[in-house]
Design a protein around this ligand. Structure first.
Ligand SMILES: [Zn+2]
Length: 323
């Protein structure tokens, strides 16, 4: 791994030295001058090491054997929606005469999301780190130029300008989105809905949202609640809720890319384990095959004790035709 093009490959070289993971990265555009790196999956959770393989979808896959923690070379662009002073984007006045600008929520969630994604091994780009309202064209250009693998735009909703009952969480995807983008948007929406516990208003389609239309990667725009609903406005103001939203979005991104979600250090991970094939939420076929082949046998009572992460990793291996 040397003399690769662009900053990403330099990161890769450094990480190889530090890590212990066997993974793949896809690369080698036909034109050879711009390398797209993605799909490096952390496999250390099951410690399988395999021989190098070469595949040719649009180039080659290199398998990388490294020592250390998992590594993922997937770039997520994070967009905080507006500037803090953007006119009209705020809650109505609270009883004490104060209000919250939409960007206070958006930017806080963007910050938490960046930390959460980095913890899970993603690389991130904040496309509008400035306080002022960065033009949408600049946000999109930054993501496109960086060849981000996915784009998340974070917002809070409003219905009118006064307090009212409209509430819940919704997400938006481009109306001409391809299947990949749709799957990405669904995963993020599901993550946000289940983490936030708010009413699910659905994944909606629009042809007019600039950042969804102009981004060259799967993109989604999320609305984490209504600024015009007093209950939700109070949630949107709280650090706890902002963090919950960010972690939900992060889980959705992890699910989509099939990367194990890592909880925050000090946090508790509810690791669900499955004892039999019938209990599995997905991957039954492949796991059944592994049991029949004697690769998996479980404990003396036949309990498989499989974590979701492990099932997911086996599914990835199966998809890559490794099994
Ligand atoms: Zn907004």
């Amino acid at each position: 791994m040397h003399s690769m093009i662009g900053g990403r490959s330099l990161v890769l070289e450094e990480e190889i030295e530090k890590s212990v993971v066997l993974g793949w990265f896809a690369g080698g555009n036909p034109d050879g001058n711009r390398r797209k790196i993605g799909n490096v999956y952390p496999l250390d959770s099951i410690g399988i090491l395999m021989d190098p393989t070469v595949k040719n979808d649009f180039g080659s896959y290199w398998k990388i054997k490294t020592e250390g923690r998992g590594m993922v070379l997937i770039y997520i662009a994070i967009d905080d929606g507006h500037g803090v002073e953007t006119a009209g984007k705020r809650t109505p006045l609270f009883a004490d005469g104060t209000y919250m600008a939409e960007n206070e929520y958006n930017a806080a969630v963007a910050g938490f999301l960046q930390k959460a994604l980095q913890r899970c091994g993603f690389h991130t780009i904040l496309v509008a780190p400035e306080e002022k309202d960065t033009p949408l064209s600049v946000r999109v250009k930054r993501a496109n130029d960086a060849q981000a693998d996915a784009y998340v735009s974070i917002h809070a909703n409003a219905y009118g300008t006064d307090w009212n009952e409209a509430n819940g969480v919704e997400s938006w995807v481009y109306d001409k989105a391809d299947a990949k983008t749709l799957a990405f948007a669904k995963a993020i929406h599901r993550g946000l809905v289940s983490a936030s516990g708010r009413k699910d208003r659905g994944l909606k389609k629009s042809g007019d949202l600039y950042v969804l239309k102009q981004t060259k990667m799967p993109a989604v725009l999320v609305e984490g609640g209504f600024m015009t609903n007093l209950t939700e406005a109070k949630l949107l103001l709280s650090e706890e809720y902002r963090k919950v939203c960010a972690e939900g979005i992060c889980q959705g991104i992890c699910n989509y890319f099939q990367i194990p979600y890592q909880v925050e250090e000090g946090g508790e991970k509810e690791m669900k384990r499955y004892q039999s094939i019938e209990d599995l939420p997905y991957g039954k076929e492949i796991m059944q095959k592994l049991v029949e082949e004697g690769v998996l046998s479980g404990d003396e009572n036949g309990n498989l004790n499989l974590s979701e992460d492990m099932v997911r990793v086996f599914m990835i291996l199966d998809r890559k035709d490794v099994l």
